[in-house]
Design a protein around this ligand. Structure first.
Ligand code: GDP
Ligand code: MG
Length: 441
């Protein structure tokens, strides 16, 4: 795939802004990449459409091709879509004993994931966890959980033959309360396909347990079906997150994107093997790279962008060293100040400058003053900003009027600009400027 894409990209070497044609050509291949990664068709289509609108007209970073730029935009959009608002690894387990309900199809990895998460809660958060198997269809499944429990040092609810899932859930709740557990996990039975009985059973268990978290476990190797499974479970049971298992295999993880896009539910964990430690919190960047399969292009573009930023900072520094500090520079500093809480905030970050700053014209200026100063710069012409020496009486009057302020305020601003320029120059000689700018950009 990468080869096919680079073929397309070689032909797209125009620079400047991304044209509609550039974007369309690159996105045709991106769409194929998404489908090959098992992203469902409607999701892939929507996604591509969204990126198309967003990418057209964007500037192309020097030294990368438009096609490469599109891939980076796609990648960022994937990460954006996959990123949930909350920390995926933080399970809601306050108010002990907190119930966690595990649901999913048979063989998706529910029992394994139940034990992995129990171990994680025990090891990382020092929680006391009780696990209970509700899989009454297969006696071996209950023993499987018991064996895993012994292996990881987590208690399991004693098995009582002939009980139904709801009774087991009630017993788990009681036992968890009496035994002083922080969390109890309910590992439900699965089916090969979704059927009404399975859903009804899970709903009944949900109603007695009232779970804080309902995690849907989905095999990361299943493609299209994942969306139906997720939609059905979410509609009927209500899930709080998805665990994607078997991501140690060669699945590309497109199911994650589809499920997220269709149900809006966050992916919380990723299973990476059969071992009890083989689970990690979901990282959007990693899955995005996997879905797209174009990691080198993404890092190439990132590097190109960083290089350009560094070059710009370097250029600016050389100007400052020569004492060239114009109104555009000052405006940038003022905007930084706005963000960082005044003059002393900014200067205080530069070694040796805290004291100097206090003696300067701008010392102690507050948000309102900064806003005025920015308004003054804004009312200057381009030429005036680049060369403040041009500012004679008539121009000053015009600028002050344009900003609705007094000429005296403009004079203060000009003094500040001169002082800062001098200071930059002095610092440049001692090599301090380089030091200081490192901290600022
Ligand atoms: P359940 O029917 O949903 O409870 O599924 P199980 O937990 O019994 O898992 C079915 C099989 O998948 C077992 O052999 C597990 O070891 C295996 N399995 C579960 N999670 C993973 C995973 O993340 N990676 C791999 N490679 N195997 C897994
Ligand atoms: Mg099981």
């Amino acid at each position: 795939l990468s080869e096919r894409l680079s073929g397309v990209f070689d032909r797209l070497t125009k620079q400047g802004a991304l044209s509609e044609e550039d974007v369309k050509t690159a996105l045709r291949e991106v769409r194929v990449a998404l489908l090959e990664a098992d992203v469902s068709l409607p999701v892939a289509r929507d996604f591509v459409k969204r990126v198309q609108d967003q990418a057209t007209g964007q500037a192309v970073t020097r030294s990368v091709t438009p096609g490469q730029q599109v891939v980076k935009i796609v990648h960022d959009a994937l990460v954006d879509t996959l990123t949930g608002s909350e920390d995926p690894g933080a399970l809601k387990i306050d108010n002990p004993p907190a119930p966690i309900l595990m649901v999913g199809l048979q063989g998706s990895g529910k029992t394994t994931t139940t034990a992995k998460l129990a171990k994680r809660l025990k090891d990382r958060e020092g929680k006391r966890v009780l696990m209970a198997s509700l899989d009454v269809n297969r006696p071996a499944a209950m023993e499987q959980l018991e064996i895993l429990g012994r292996q990881i040092g987590v208690d399991t609810l004693p098995i009582v033959k002939g009980e139904d899932p709801v009774t087991i859930a009630k017993r788990a709740k009681t036992q968890a309360g009496l035994g002083g557990y922080d969390v109890y996990m309910l590992d439900t039975a699965g089916r090969l396909h979704i059927d009404q009985e399975l859903i009804a059973q899970a709903a009944a268990v949900r109603d007695v347990a009232n779970p804080r978290e309902t995690l849907l476990v989905v095999d990361g190797l299943t493609g299209q079906d994942a969306v139906n499974v997720a939609t059905e479970f979410d509609d009927k049971i209500g899930v709080s997150g998805v665990v994607l298992t078997r991501m140690d295999g060669d699945g590309r993880g497109g199911a994650a994107l589809s499920m997220r896009a269709v149900t809006g539910k966050p992916i919380r964990f990723v299973g990476l093997g059969e071992k009890m430690d083989a689970i990690e919190t979901f990282e959007p960047e990693r899955i995005a790279g996997r879905i797209l399969g174009m990691g080198d292009i993404v890092s190439l573009v990132e590097k190109a962008q960083q290089t350009i930023e560094a070059e710009q900072a370097e250029k600016m520094m050389r100007r400052f060293q020569k004492g060239q500090f114009n109104m555009n520079d000052l405006k940038m500093q003022l905007e930084q100040m706005q963000k960082m809480g005044g003059m002393e905030g900014v200067m205080g970050m530069m070694p040796g400058m805290g004291k100097m700053a206090k003696q300067m014209e701008g010392a102690g200026i507050d948000d309102k003053v900064i806003a005025h100063q920015i308004a003054l710069v804004n009312s200057m012409t381009k030429k005036e900003r680049a060369n403040p020496k041009l500012l004679q009486a008539s121009r000053k009057k015009r600028i002050a009027q344009g900003a609705g302020l007094e000429v005296s305020e403009l004079n203060k601003l000009l003094k500040m600009q001169r002082q800062m320029g001098d200071m930059m120059k002095k610092m440049g000689k001692g090599g301090m400027l380089k030091q200081a700018m490192k901290g600022m950009f």
